[in-house]
Design a protein around this ligand. Structure first.
Ligand code: ADP
Length: 371
């Protein structure tokens, strides 16, 4: 009769294509029971948005199918998002597993549009997602979500995020009076506001917090990078943006601060005439890819130039909600899955680093007690 060792041996031949590790050593097999040839376990994937979820599940079924003497097989598939940042900081954000800053070199590249639709795409996979509109000088998320009159309550000295389409949303735009004056605020005030939005907000449990940063390399991106450990930065470019090299400056700043770059999403990448299939690269082709190669970072997706994306934002009805099966929404879903996969990769790296650190601390402690 088949034993647990044989089951684990078979399962350890299944490799997660992103993490390049087998699913047993990654701890993805839980609650394994084998009774009299009846096998049962849970496959716990690293994110509900993993682009390879179906492939991994199929591989598991295939290798289990190769075992003889099994009477029955029952697999429960779940996902638990990995912690892509160190959670033992004392900043009070320990319930947020991943923080993703969305940056761009200059304004108008569609950074807020991309932040919002990616947040919705992640949320639609079943992940718990928050969106922090940190573009203090031009907060556009409330308008894009149809929340012009939105506001946040304060309870027990903590801001309560507003809710929209399953997202937890915080924006400076909810403070209408102050938002008008934002242009006159200086560095320390601006940094203080961002810190409050991050730390003094009751985010509750979140898998991903998307932070829509102002363009460029000002106080807010700097404060985000220096205040709390974050998973990394997502760079939004357009083909023209790449040509003018402005994104390069922003990437350089985060690299200097040792903040991981998750990758690049190219917005307004091409245009498809209604009713046709051919892609027209109006602003040039391959710019986002070129920049990702130049900085050795993953290229995570191309979002088309589409009037539906624009009108959705203007009307407060994002395309991910109104037309989730459209090619534009599918492009956001693909990019969101690639981003989730990169977060899992960064989380696995972090886990490895923490384990190495812990074991070297333990061996130092052992050495000092034996001396
Ligand atoms: P940013 O945050 O970089 O300043 P926004 O997200 O506010 O840019 O977008 C600027 C304008 O471009 C908005 O009117 C928005 O609707 C439009 N826009 C953004 N992305 C697209 C796209 N892929 N297709 C069409 N219009 C877009």
């Amino acid at each position: 009769m088949v034993g647990i060792d044989q089951v684990l041996e078979k399962l350890s031949t299944v490799i997660d294509p992103d993490l390049k590790k087998d699913i047993v050593s990654m701890g993805m097999i839980k609650d394994l029971e084998l009774n009299d040839g009846n096998l049962k376990f849970t496959l716990e994937l690293t994110t509900p948005a993993c682009p390879f979820n179906v492939e991994i599940e199929d591989d598991v079924r295939k290798v289990i199918g190769e075992l003889s003497d099994l009477k029955s097989f029952d697999m429960n598939v779940t996902a638990k998002v990995m912690e892509g940042r160190s959670l033992d900081d004392d900043t009070g954000m320990a319930t947020v597993k991943n923080i993703i800053g969305v940056a761009s070199g200059k304004g108008g590249v569609g950074k807020s549009t991309v932040s919002l639709n990616l947040a919705l795409a992640l949320q639609q996979t079943g992940a718990k997602v928050g969106l922090l509109d940190a573009d203090i000088y031009g907060p556009s998320i409330p308008l894009m979500l149809g929340m012009k009159d939105g506001y946040m309550e304060v309870e027990d000295n903590k801001l309560q995020p507003a809710e929209s389409n399953g997202l937890k949303v915080v924006s400076f735009g909810f403070f209408a009076e102050q938002a008008h004056q934002a242009a006159i605020y200086r560095g320390p005030i601006i940094s203080g506001i961002l810190k409050q939005f991050l730390v003094d907000t009751n985010w509750s449990d979140l898998d991903y917090l998307i932070v829509d940063l102002p363009p460029g390399t000002g106080d807010i991106p700097l404060t985000l990078a220096q205040t709390i450990p974050i998973t990394g930065i997502l760079v939004v470019t357009t083909p023209q943006d790449v040509a003018s090299n402005v994104a390069v400056k922003a990437i350089g700043m985060f690299e200097k601060l040792n903040v991981p770059i998750i990758g690049v999403v190219e917005n307004m990448s091409h245009f498809v005439c209604p009713g046709a299939n051919e892609k027209h690269y109006i602003f040039g082709k391959g710019g986002g890819k070129k920049i990702s190669e130049q900085f050795n970072m993953p290229f995570l997706g191309e979002i088309p130039l589409n009037s539906g994306i624009m009108s959705g934002s203007d009307l407060g009805k994002p395309i991910m909600i109104t037309n989730p099966d459209s090619p534009s929404a599918v492009a956001f879903k693909t990019a969101a899955k690639n981003i989730a996969a990169q977060c899992s990769i960064l989380a696995a790296k972090l886990q490895q680093e923490m384990e190495t650190e812990k074991s070297s601390e333990e061996s130092t402690a052992e050495a000092s007690t034996s001396n």
